[in-house]
Design a protein around this ligand. Structure first.
Ligand SMILES: *Cc1c(COP(=O)(O)O)cnc(C)c1O
Length: 364
C-alpha cells in the first residue's frame, strides 16, 4: 500500500454518513477523570473474586457458542428490577448503547424518525442516523424541565416512530415526571423509550417508569450496569418491555451477541447487587457537595438526580476546561454555552476538582 492512506471522502461511504463526527469524549490518562459519568469506585474485592470464579467456569465451555437467549442473565435482571417482571420481558446487550441500537434497528431505520428533547444524550442522534433514520429534536422549558402538556403536543406534531425520554436527563441531570411519560405515550403512536441510565441516583422514594409498563406495549425502560453498578468496562445494558418488543429485537441482534464471559461476569455481579450499589449514597453526597460548592464559587448548579452536575455561569467553558485539564482534572464540555459538566467522583477526586476549579476562578 506504500504507506499512503485514503481519506474518508475517497471511500464509497453512505451519503448520509458523509460529514458526520464519531462519538469522541476524550480518553486522556489524567489522575482525576470525571468526564463520562463512570462510577469511579472500583468493584469491591469480594465481588471481583466471585466474578473471576464465574468467568473461569464459563471459560471451560468457551469452545462452544454461548446461550443465545442469555436466560440466566435475563432471570437475574428480572429479579433485580422487581415490579413482578419476568425474563420474557427482559433484553440485554453490550452496553445500553447496543440495546438502544437494537431498538432503533427494529423500530426506526430509513424513512423513519426518532425524537428527543434537547439538550439530551449525544448518542441518540448518532445511533438514530446509524440506522438511516432522521433525528428530530424538541425543546425544553425553563431549567431544561419538560412539561407534560407541551411535551405531548410536540410529540403529536412530530409523530415520530421512536421517542427518547432520558430520565433523569444527561447532560443536564433534570428529572422527568411520570406524568410526562404517560402524556408522551398517549400522544404518540411509536415506541417510547425511557432511558433510566441514572435511575439509582434519583431520590429513594421516586417511582420508576417500570411501574407504567402494564398495559403499555409500546413503552420500553432501559437501564445500564455502567453507572451505579460500577461496570462500565464490562459493557452490559438491559431493558424491560412487553415480550413482543423483545421478539422484535431478536430480529436485528447478531446471533450470540452477548459473550459467555460477559454473561458470566454480569450474572455474578448481579448476585451481589447490594454490594455493587453500596457506593451510590456516597456518590450522591459528593454530587450534592459539588452543587453547593460551585454555587458558593459563583456558578449556577442545575438540579441533578444523577451522578453528575451541569453548572452554568462559566465565562469561557473551553478555557476553563483546559485550565482544569492542565491541573490533572478531566471534565466535560458538552457544548452548552457557558456550561460544563462534571461527574461526582470519590471524596478525594471531588476535592481535587473543586480545589482546581476554585484556583481557576472564572465564574462570569
Ligand atoms: C452512560 C449512558 C448510557 C449507558 O451507556 P452504556 O452503553 O450502557 O455504557 C445510556 N444512556 C445515557 C443517557 C447515558 O448517559
Amino acid at each position: 500500500m506504500g504507506g499512503v492512506s485514503a481519506r474518508l471522502d475517497d471511500l464509497p461511504l453512505r451519503a448520509d454518513l458523509r460529514g458526520q463526527q464519531p462519538y469522541g469524549a476524550p480518553q486522556a490518562p489524567l489522575p482525576v477523570a470525571l468526564n463520562v459519568n463512570e462510577n469511579t469506585h472500583p468493584v469491591p474485592q469480594e465481588v471481583a473474586d466471585d466474578i473471576l470464579d464465574s468467568i473461569a467456569l464459563a471459560l471451560r465451555d468457551v469452545n462452544r457458542y454461548p446461550d443465545r437467549e442469555f436466560t440466566a442473565l435475563r432471570e437475574g435482571f428480572a429479579t433485580y428490577l422487581g415490579h413482578g417482571l419476568t425474563r420474557d420481558q427482559i433484553w440485554a446487550a453490550n452496553g445500553s448503547n447496543e440495546v438502544l441500537q437494537h431498538l432503533l434497528q427494529a423500530f426506526a431505520g430509513p424513512g423513519r424518525t426518532a425524537f428527543g428533547f434537547g439538550p439530551t444524550y449525544s448518542m441518540y442522534p448518532l445511533l438514530t442516523r446509524g440506522t438511516g433514520a432522521e433525528w428530530v429534536v424538541g425543546t425544553r422549558g425553563a431549567d431544561y424541565a419538560i412539561d407534560a402538556e407541551d411535551a405531548a403536543s410536540q410529540v403529536a406534531d412530530a409523530a415520530p416512530d421512536v421517542v427518547f425520554l432520558c430520565s433523569p436527563n444527561n447532560p443536564t441531570g433534570t428529572p422527568v415526571g411520570l406524568d410526562v411519560i404517560e402524556a408522551v405515550y398517549e400522544a404518540s403512536r411509536g415506541i417510547v423509550i425511557v432511558d433510566e441510565a441514572y435511575f439509582e441516583f434519583a431520590p429513594r422514594e421516586e417511582r420508576s417508569a417500570l411501574t407504567l409498563l402494564p398495559g403499555r406495549e409500546r413503552l420500553v425502560v432501559s437501564r445500564t450496569m455502567s453507572k451505579a453498578f460500577a461496570f462500565a468496562g464490562a459493557r452490559v445494558g438491559y431493558l424491560a418491555a412487553d415480550p413482543a418488543v423483545i421478539d422484535a429485537l431478536r430480529l436485528v441482534r447478531l446471533p450470540y451477541h452477548l459473550s459467555a464471559l460477559t454473561q458470566a461476569a454480569a450474572s455474578a455481579a448481579l448476585r451481589h447487587a447490594p454490594v455493587m450499589l453500596r457506593m451510590v449514597e456516597e456518590i450522591v453526597a459528593q454530587r450534592d457537595r459539588i452543587s453547593a460548592t460551585v454555587e458558593a464559587l459563583g456558578y449556577t448548579a442545575h438540579e441533578s438526580w444523577t451522578n453528575f452536575v451541569l453548572f452554568g455561569g462559566v465565562d469561557q467553558p473551553a478555557a476553563t476546561w483546559r485550565a482544569l485539564y492542565d491541573r490533572g482534572v478531566l471534565i466535560r464540555d458538552v457544548g452548552i454555552p457557558h456550561h460544563l459538566r462534571v461527574t461526582a467522583g470519590t471524596e478525594e477526586e471531588t476535592t481535587a476538582f473543586l480545589d482546581a476549579l476554585a484556583s481557576v476562578g472564572s465564574a462570569a
